[in-house]
Design a protein around this ligand. Sequence first.
Ligand code: ATP
Ligand code: MG
Length: 437
Amino acid sequence: MGLSKMEFSSIKESMKKGKGKVAVRGWVYRERGSNKLKFIVLRDSSEIIQCVIEKSKVGEKMFKTADAVQIETSMEIFGQIKKDERAPTGYEISVDSFKVIGESDTFPISKDQSREFLDDHRHLWLRSRKMTAMMKIRSTVFGAIDEYFKGEEFYEYHSPTLQAVQCEGGSTLFDVDYYKQKGVFLAQTWQLYAEPAIFALEKIYTIAPSFRAEKSKTSRHLSEYWHAEMEVAWASFDDIIQYGEDLLKFIIKKVLAERKEELKILGRDPKELEPTVKKKFPRMTYTDSLKLLDKKFGMKIKWGKDLRTIEEDRLSELYDTPIIVTHYPKEVKAFYMKEDPKDKKVVYGVDFIAPEGYGEIIGGSERESDIKEIMKRLKDMGEKPSEYEFYLDTRRYGSIPHGGFGLGIERVISWICKLDNIKDAIPFPRTMTRWTP
Ligand code: ATP
Ligand code: MG
């Protein structure tokens, strides 16, 4: 058949062409019809388009095969495209001929499914318009992170996933049966293996999964999440904060430039993200954030307590960009954060809190350079400094001021896409109660 030799183009490209002969292929998104006319909405990775099959045009025999077409049947369609205001995406293909490539059983996902059902059928739910839009934005975000760091002349560097030290608190460690050996865990962060490498590469970053056994069910914690981490030699606390702000601006700018359509599909008005690109992020110390919470909301929080979800959410109501909170109490932050020489109760730690109640998106710090202070804090945590010898060597052989941060990629995606739950920011979420499919 001469027609089938025609080159396929994506639905989006075909719509750009706007008129004349086209060949598209994809899956049936919706279908309805009568005994003379069949409407198929076809989808591919780029768009959806209405296709009309007329019995009078394709003939009795071919029209009969169209009867077998169900939702998710895969097919090739050849026809004439034209503008049509009434069609769902403004264009319609009048079908000359078509070919069913793979028939489909009755697709289990129809309207109004519960969260649980959609999670059970995640492998099929990925095909939905919303998940497709999210995954495209996700791809853009990953690309933007790479581009940003490469542009700033960072090296990409890789740390082990199997680790024998802990860094972010023992309660969220995933134990591994390591040749029957105990004391091996999945990485919560690259940090302790990143610091040794800056003595060779100076500026490094990674994008890798982190694993945390989060025992509480929240809409912002995954057991496996993608973590963009960076570490910089010779950097001051201010430098680290500036990198964080610049990176977030870079990501949002890229998404706004490339993914406006997808944002709209997800119900996110792109305008809501613009302040993040245009405005300088507000900065405040932890102590000032408590004063602000009291003044604006009458919330009285005891100095020394970490900011909880509720407090972070309240702060985020006051601004339309991420907020930078610095100088946290030593007790609530990790052992490697540098003590403020002017106020020994606080450390040079920083959190970036996303707008609209999406929580902490970046956590970072300048690192402690005093080996005695690190050893003391490890002991206070109940750790044996002897197990951290490799790490302590970073402070023995040419120690330098340095720092870094970690950005939770699904947290950023949740905010960008205006998602209700972080589970929808990753194709196959892992939580305490969900590890299949
Ligand atoms: P939280 O207090 O929200 O649990 P954290 O202080 O444990 O965060 P960090 O250890 O600073 O987080 O990790 C760096 C970043 O990784 C956080 O700013 C956040 O964006 C992200 N993150 C941390 N835990 C998770 C998780 N369980 N799921 C998804 N993202 C996470
Ligand atoms: Mg945590």
